[in-house]
Every structure is written in C-alpha cells, then in structure tokens.
Design a protein around this ligand. Structure first.
Ligand SMILES: Nc1ncnc2c1ncn2[C@@H]1O[C@H](COP(=O)(O)OP(=O)(O)OP(=O)(O)O)[C@@H](O)[C@H]1O
Ligand SMILES: [Mg+2]
Length: 299
C-alpha cells in the first residue's frame, strides 16, 4: 500500500509529450507516490476526469496546464457534490500561467508536482459569472480581452506571454473603449473602459498586474478599470505607472455587475464569454487548494 493518498493528474494534451514531466512523475512514483494520469483532447474532458477522480476517492486532482486547465478542473471540483471532495493541485504547463505564477507555485515540474501532492490544502474562493461559469484567477474585459481571446495558438506557443502584447499591438485598429456601467457593494461607476480587470487572483495576460492587491481567501473580488479615450498613450501610461493615475479606478466587493449597451467580451481565465450583462459573485471557501506556505495570494 502506498504511503501517500492517490492523486489524479489531469494533463492538458498540449503537454502530453513533455519528457521532463514524464521523468518527474516516474521519480515521485518511485518514491511511493500513487499518481494516475489522464490526458485531455478538448474542453469538457477535464470534467469527466474529475468525476472519475471522485469515484476513485483520490485526495488530490492536479490540473496540469495553463489557467484554462486550472479553471476547468477547479470549476468541476466546485460543482462536485459529496462529503469528501479532492483538493486541487497545480502543475503549471500553460503559456502564461498567470494564476500559478502569482500563487508562487514553483516553475520546476518536480517541485510543483511534489507541492501539488503533499502541500497543505487551504480553502480558497472562486468567482461565479451569471450563476454558471466560474473563474479562479481573473475576468478581463476590453482591450486585454481582445488580446487573449484572439491570440493565435501558434504565436502563443512560440512567444509565451509576450505574444499577448505583440498580437494586441498588431490589431490596434480594432480596439476601442467599452462603454459600460459597473456596480458593486458601495461602488458605482459609468463610463468608457479600456480594460476591466476583476480579480480573485492578481495578474492576467502574461504577467500584467491588473489587481495587485487581490487575495484568494478574503471573500472579495478586486476591480480595476483603466479608462480613457485615447488608446495607446492611455494604455502604456496605465500599465506602467499604476500609482496616482487618473485613468485607474479601483474597487473591492463580494460581487460586481457590469451592464453594457452592446455586446462585450469577458475573458475568464483566458476563455472568452460574450454578453451585455454580467453578474460576478465570489463564492467564499469554494474549494481546497494545495499552495506553498508563503503563497502571496493568501491572507
Ligand atoms: N489536447 C489538446 N490540444 C490542444 N488544446 C487542448 C487540448 N486539450 C485541451 N485543450 C484546450 O486547451 C485550452 C486550455 O489551455 P490552457 O489555458 O490550459 O493553456 P494555455 O492557454 O496555453 O495557458 P495560459 O492560459 O496559462 O496562457 C482549453 O480551451 C482546451 O479546450
Ligand atoms: Mg489559456
């Protein structure tokens, strides 16, 4: 019998051929850890594997991939019914890995895998959008949205996080501010937003600190709106000098409602959602996650 409870690694198929990962898994198995591996082909596969994990009674489901993979696994865990729900472990194998990076998950695969299996599980929040879709890291609207949802896969694979910015600049002619109304607890704002970041976590778009004060276990979401009508100067200004910037509006609330007169896109952990009305609500202590003891996202 294994000294450690079983873990099920849900691996995004994009990383199925990763030799370093194969080595890391083999090493930990040799040390007595029971790690089962399932590989995804497309969206929706992770949910079925989480169901299987529940039946197997594993202690941990590890999301091996980027923010989109963590999102899918975390959402499926939150939607699980039962008394013992497995904890979430994180193995960063995506392009931007914004959530893992800001949570201080080690980049080295063997260290990340070990943390995902034996790390202390702590309760964390998740955010729910329009009562169904979830995000664990961040919802971005406006400029950043067009960047991440339209960055071609090949560019993404070649350039990593930088590709989001380059591709965004290439498509500048398509960018314009989004007129919308945003409300929250003690918060009301209406105007033209270039970028809207609503964070459970802190960074998106490959390292952009859109919600630098966000915590994943405070029962709150952090909002940051970048305003202005001149796109390029405003954008560089806002991204480079966040302090005392008249183009930045901050808010904090357990929920936010966004209303736009025309359809706009929100990007939830890198996956797009279109609509005119969004209600984003935090679900406190929604799941258990194995994180480093010094994780900067914890209170
Ligand atoms: N075998 C596969 N090949 C290609 N894409 C896949 C495969 N399996 C799942 N996917 C898709 O991968 C997407 C999620 O990718 P993920 O976000 O984990 O990586 P990424 O976008 O490269 O990283 P990040 O979001 O951190 O920048 C989902 O949209 C899912 O449909
Ligand atoms: Mg992604």
């Amino acid at each position: 019998m294994s000294a450690f409870p079983t873990s099920l690694l849900i691996l995004n198929g994009k990383s199925a051929g990763d030799e370093a990962l194969r080595e890391a898994v083999t090493l930990l198995r040799d040390e007595g850890m029971d790690i089962q591996v399932r590989v995804t082909w497309e969206k929706g596969d992770a949910v079925r594997y989480v169901e299987e994990a529940l039946q197997l009674g594993v202690a941990t489901v590890i999301a091996g991939g980027g923010d989109g993979t963590i999102n899918e696994v975390a959402t499926a865990l939150v939607n699980c019914k039962g008394e013992t729900i497995p904890a979430l472990g994180i193995l960063p194998l995506g392009t931007a890995n914004d959530f893992a990076t800001s949570a201080a998950i080690p980049e080295a695969l063997d260290k990340a895998l070990q943390l995902a299996i034996v790390g202390k599980a702590v309760p964390i929040d998740i955010a729910r959008v329009n009562d169904k879709t979830c995000f664990i890291n961040m919802a971005t609207g406006g400029f950043g949205t067009r960047i991440t949802s339209e960055t071609p896969e090949k560019l993404k694979a070649a350039l990593g996080g930088v590709s989001y910015l380059i591709h965004g600049l290439m498509r500048m002619d398509m960018l314009k501010a989004d007129r919308c109304k945003i409300t929250g607890e003690d918060f009301h704002w209406q105007g033209d937003a270039l970028v809207i970041g609503i964070g459970n976590g802190r960074q998106a778009g490959g390292g952009q600190q859109l919600c630098p004060q966000a915590l994943i276990n405070d029962g709150l979401l952090q909002l940051r709106i970048f305003t202005g009508d001149e796109l390029l100067p405003a954008l560089f200004n806002t991204l480079t000098q966040p302090d005392d910037n008249p183009h930045i509006i901050d808010g904090k609330s357990a929920w936010f409602e966004i209303n736009a007169p025309h359809e706009m896109t929100f990007n939830l952990d890198g996956e797009p959602l279109r609509g005119e009305q969004f209600r984003i609500e935090v679900v406190p202590n929604a799941l258990q996650c194995r994180l480093p003891p010094d994780c900067p996202l914890l209170r």
